[in-house]
Design a protein around this ligand. Structure first.
Ligand code: GLC
Length: 629
């Protein structure tokens, strides 16, 4: 078969006939006239692989036969084919039906069956018609606009939808785009959740399988390369000339593991989010065949091995560098930041649910279980602050050398920041941002706290207390646009020293106390889980007043989030997708079950045993446990 015929074949097969044309309106399947192939590319690696002798993994060819030392380009070639076509299950029902399910769901949303907040009480779906303006007819409501924008952000690889671009601001051009034209793993999560809730499963499935192909896989050689199992921060689809054929091009999936990212930050959160999305995909679509695939199981295990590997650390929390998560710039969150711990816990719980029991994984599962218990004990016990605990820290003795030390991390009470003494409400509490020897980072980090509720890393009592705090501190955390990424901002000398005088992270901007609408979706899942959806409904009401008119900014600035962020992108996809997820979940709160993790009885039992033992010694039992891999 000539390559043009192959290309046509691949392209025509790339978009299923039953795929809703309204959903992925921008599919490039008609526009491509050139010969095209798909391939995965890795940069800055010492090894190169081509397709000669190959090993099948998701139908893509991974080759170990040809190794070309010092070739900076490592490519993993994949014939341009739909990811699912290789698994022999292309006829499964998770594809979109001819009349898009999304249209139906959107219709219901516009039919005003949403939870709304009015006069301080919640109106649940079907109870009362919600007070929405009458001009929100089908087709131009904020939800419709958001859905259309989300579709327009979809990125295609060989004709199949594989992700969403970080931002699609028409006013951005040239170098000002930076890497916002890439598909970020973490940014795709709310997009993926929105698609799942809309019954559009294929794009999520493709995303999962294609990013799996990008996972760092080969063993590290002389030159430095990402740890085996690392997922990239982002990827981009490039159309490049086909080797040795000037008239042809091929599409390349080009990942960035942080080696091109500003500050060269490590995307520790990517693999954790990938596992979380994989589980949500199975729960929402009912299609467990993806998580059961051998290559997917291997992918999960590789992420776990990377996270559970022994290091020098004394704590069960993951030790990471600064900027290794949503806050991907220097912000003083190196060490054991809460966000990573919450995602780590969540990924462990989700992985345990999905891992197929087999002899070969017994050690890994044992290590995972040990870690889950140790991690939840550590965070619940040592990261938690409320008024009572703060008073305890205020009276801490220091320099205790013994197993029974009360002040285990030798925290000097003077570290309690003056703002916190005033800020801590009578009712409520939260997990601090980071804990290290002689250091507690008392800043409130939203994502870590919200995801601790969602994943059940927090106890029920703690989860409710976090929501109490959010209500008590509404004017600081929500104000004119939800949701503040962290509170308070670093200012003055602290800002200079901790951020390196970062002009993008000036006080109350961007990561340094800026407000990020995307965080609304995590807030909503947490609120629904704790049976307090009215909090999320109130927050979305605030956002809805201006988010569309402001053109879906990435973030807002100032203490009360009054301004669109100084350097914020407009039409930021995760702001759009986050908004949609909130709307969809408030309309159908039951669907949030597919995203959260219920508290695990085994972990609760194990923790009770620890707590019931001598309080002076509590913690020793679990901390003495080894983490066997
Ligand atoms: C910024 C954010 C990061 C996000 C990326 C793409 O770098 O800090 O969390 O993934 O933009 O939107």
């Amino acid at each position: 078969m000539g390559s043009s015929v192959v290309a046509m074949h691949a392209l025509s097969g790339a978009v299923p006939a039953h795929f809703s044309p309204s959903l992925f309106a921008n599919a490039p399947h008609v526009a491509i006239h050139y010969k095209t192939r798909g391939k995965y590319r890795r940069k800055s690696r010492a090894l190169a692989a081509s397709c000669s002798t190959s090993r099948m993994r998701n139908g893509c060819l991974r080759d170990y036969g040809f190794r070309n030392i010092n070739n900076r380009l490592l490519s993993l070639k994949c014939k341009c084919q739909r990811a699912e076509s290789t698994s022999g299950d292309a006829n499964k029902t998770w594809f979109t039906e001819p009349t898009s399910k999304a249209d139906q769901i959107l219709g219901e949303l516009n039919g005003q069956k949403v939870v709304d907040f009015e006069n301080g009480s919640v109106i649940m779906p079907n109870d009362v018609s919600v007070n929405q303006s009458s001009d929100k007819t089908r087709g131009n409501s904020v939800e419709d606009v958001a859905w259309r924008l989300l579709q327009e952000s979809v990125v295609y690889y060989c004709g199949t939808p594989v992700g969403t671009i970080a931002a699609k601001d028409p006013s951005d051009s040239g170098s000002s785009v930076l890497n916002y034209d890439q598909v970020f793993i973490r940014d795709f999560i709310p997009s993926g959740m929105a698609f799942l809730l809309m019954g559009e499963y294929e794009i999520v499935r493709n995303f999962i399988l294609h990013t799996l192909q990008l996972q760092s896989w080969e063993k590290t050689m002389d030159c430095h390369s990402p740890g085996q199992g690392l997922m990239p921060a982002s990827f981009k689809i490039r159309t490049v000339p086909l080797d040795g054929d000037d008239s042809a091009t091929e599409e390349v999936l080009d990942p960035d593991f942080g080696e091109a990212a500003i500050g060269r930050v490590a995307p520790v959160d990517s693999g954790l989010w990938w596992i979380i999305l994989l589980r949500a995909y199975g729960k929402c679509s009912g299609d467990l065949s993806v998580q059961e695939r051998i290559d997917v199981q291997t992918g999960i295990k590789m992420i776990l091995k990377l996270c559970l590997a022994d290091g020098f650390d004394m704590f069960p929390t993951l030790l990471v560098t600064d900027g290794s998560c949503m806050i991907d710039r220097r912000m003083g969150i190196h060490g054991h930041p809460l966000e990573i711990q919450a995602l780590f816990y969540s990924a462990l719980v989700c992985a345990r649910e999905m891992l197929a029991p087999e002899d070969g994984s017994a050690d890994l599962i044992r290590a995972l279980n040990n870690r889950l218990i140790a991690l939840s004990f550590h965070i619940r016990e040592y990261y938690w602050v409320d008024k009572r605990k703060l008073n305890e820290i205020y009276r801490y003795k220091t320099e205790e050398y013994s197993y029974d030390a009360v002040n285990k991390f030798n925290i000097y009470p003077d570290q309690i920041s003056p703002w916190l003494v005033e800020w801590m409400p009578e009712k409520g509490g939260y997990f601090i941002g980071n804990l290290q020897p002689a250091h507690m980072d008392f800043r409130f980090f939203s994502l870590g706290n919200l995801w601790s509720i969602v994943s059940s890393l927090a106890t029920t009592h703690q989860s409710l207390a976090i929501l109490d705090l959010i209500e008590a501190k509404w004017s600081d955390l929500v104000a004119d646009m939800p949701f503040k990424i962290c509170y308070p901002a670093l200012e003055g000398q602290e800002w200079q020293i901790i951020t390196g005088s970062d002009p993008k992270n000036t006080p109350w901007s961007y990561h340094n106390g800026g407000s990020w609408p995307t965080l609304l979706w995590q807030l909503t899942v947490a609120c629904i889980k704790m049976n307090r959806p009215e909090i999320a409904a109130r927050a979305i009401e605030v956002a809805e007043k201006r988010i569309a008119a402001d053109r879906w900014p990435e973030y807002y600035d100032t203490k009360r989030a009054r301004f669109i962020g100084k350097q914020a992108r407009l039409y930021q996809t995760w702001s759009i997708a986050g908004f949609l997820v909130v709307k969809l979940l408030l309309k159908n709160p039951d669907a949030a079950r597919n995203i959260w993790n219920d508290e695990d009885a085994e972990i609760v039992n194990a923790l009770n045993i620890i707590v019931d033992s001598n309080p002076r010694k509590r913690g020793r039992k679990v901390l003495k446990k080894t983490y066997i891999i």
